[in-house]
Each structure stands twice: as structure tokens, then as C-alpha cells.
Write a protein of this length. Structure first.
Length: 96
């Protein structure tokens, strides 16, 4: 009952090759998945940044419009006050 077990080297090499090939394939798949995940995160970060810039530009435009309106109102009010002051000056000159 003494059986000799002979190792079939071609089978061993085939098994090791299959194992290494499987590990390489898994590594490639993992790397591709990680790259896709990173690309997705970068794209969503760029989108969020673009939205923030868009909101900033809209706020700037609203403030600029409000400032222009305030400036126009102040010019109108200043013109009204000048007219009143000139009328008072004329009244004071006519009294003299």
C-alpha cells in the first residue's frame, strides 16, 4: 500500500499561472473601478464649484443692480435738493 504521489509539474505551473492571471485580472478591475470612482467625485466637485460660481455671479449682479438703482435715486434726490436750495437762494436775494 505504498503509493507514490508524483507531482505533475505542468499542472502546478498551470494552477500558478491561473492564480496569477486571476490576481492580475482582479487588480485591473479594482484599479479601473477606483479610477471611475475618482473621476466621478472630481466631476461632481467641479459641478458643485460651478454652481457656487454661478450663485456668486448672480449675487454680484443683484448687488450691482441695487447699487445702480441707489445711485440713480441719490442723484435724483440731490437734484431735487439743489433745486430747493437755488429757490431759497433766490428768495433770500429778493428779500435783500
Amino acid at each position: 500500500m505504498n503509493e507514490q504521489h508524483t507531482t505533475a509539474w505542468p499542472d502546478v505551473i498551470m494552477g500558478i499561472s491561473f492564480g496569477l492571471g486571476f490576481l492580475i485580472l482582479v487588480t485591473i478591475i479594482v484599479v479601473v473601478c477606483i479610477r471611475a470612482f475618482v473621476s466621478t467625485k472630481q466631476a461632481s466637485a467641479a459641478l458643485a464649484r460651478d454652481d457656487a460660481y454661478r450663485k456668486l455671479a448672480e449675487n454680484y449682479d443683484a448687488h450691482l443692480t441695487r447699487a445702480a438703482t441707489n445711485e440713480r435715486d441719490m442723484r435724483d434726490e440731490l437734484a431735487f435738493i439743489r433745486g430747493r436750495v437755488e429757490a431759497m437762494e433766490q428768495l433770500l436775494r429778493s428779500v435783500d
